[in-house]
Write a protein that binds this ligand. Structure first.
Ligand SMILES: [Zn+2]
Length: 289
């Protein structure tokens, strides 16, 4: 009898504690609330990449540039305080749909898809407050924003690979108060973008959570990073130089490899490929097979 009463008391305490916790969550800020919900959603989520045993051939950079299945872009550049852009780096920039927004050409089509999806789902326009910045503009940003801005040549904005996005009334930290903000944070990986400075990765990126700063990196990398709760830094160090990895993402089969040197071991058979500098002395090659 006493045992039952104790159990009932324990349940009652647990229920009260849960109600207090729930009330606390409702009253704490939206960012924290999003982080809690998102952390639960991440449990059990993962996208497996495994070592591939494809037959390979050795090719040079020139062979790759003469292969019409292969395109070169800047999508896979790691840019941070340790891997800065070189002084003579020339970003491949183009205008996004006559909007006055300039971004890296590799991100153009993907951003069009992402913003079309936002309009379809929410009837809202996804605006861009900052995209490509020249070195002079980044310098100005540093002078105006101080610590929040990345050092010169350590900003992805200088490569046009990052976009700061918002919707009407909800910009910056407030982006997560909007349904669009939550959806972009959860789903941009399906369109080739990642939340570059996620809340779970501040130890690796050295930068606080920026739910508004999306970075183009392309498929399948964006899905691998997001679904495995990784950072770009963590992802790069997980790719062993010279190894081939396979995965399935976005309905396609992929082979990924990070290589250095003059020649590259690539899969014998593939449909198309993208080659990008990793901005760390090597290349990342991505094959659709
Ligand atoms: Zn940004």
């Amino acid at each position: 009898m006493r045992k039952n009463r104790r159990a009932a008391l324990a349940i009652a305490f647990a229920a009260v504690a849960a109600i207090i916790a729930a009330a606390a969550v409702i009253y704490i800020n939206d960012t924290l609330r999003y982080m809690i919900t998102d952390s639960f959603a991440r449990i059990g989520e993962s996208l497996e990449i495994k070592e591939a045993d494809e037959e390979t051939v050795s090719v040079s950079l020139e062979d790759l540039s003469n292969d019409e299945r292969v395109s070169f872009d800047q999508s896979m550049m790691l840019i941070n305080a340790d891997f800065k852009l070189s002084e003579d780096f020339e970003p491949d920039i183009s205008e996004y749909k006559d909007t006055g927004v300039y971004l890296n050409s590799c991100a153009n089509a993907a951003f069009a898809e992402l913003s079309a999806e936002v309009t379809d789902r929410f009837g809202e326009k996804l605006y861009v407050s900052s995209s490509y910045r020249t070195a002079e503009e980044q310098q100005k940003e540093i002078e105006e924003a101080g610590d929040v801005a990345q050092e010169l040549n350590a900003s992805e904005h200088q490569a046009g690979l990052a976009l700061d996005v918002y919707v009407k009334y909800y910009a910056g930290e407030g982006f997560l108060k909007s349904d669009v903000g939550k959806w972009v944070n959860e789903s941009c990986d399906r369109y080739g973008f990642i939340i570059r400075y996620p809340y779970y990765g501040t130890g690796e990126t050295g930068i606080g959570y920026e739910p508004w700063h999306i970075r183009y990196i392309g498929l399948p990398h964006s899905e691998i990073i997001a679904e495995n709760s990784m950072t770009l830094e963590g992802y790069y160090s997980s790719l062993e130089i010279g190894k081939l990895y396979s995965c399935r993402a976005g309905g396609d089969d992929w082979i990924i490899t990070r290589q250095t040197g003059e020649s590259f071991d690539i899969p014998k058979e593939f449909k198309s490929a993208t080659v990008s500098s990793d901005n760390a002395g090597g290349y990342i090659l991505t094959f659709k097979i």
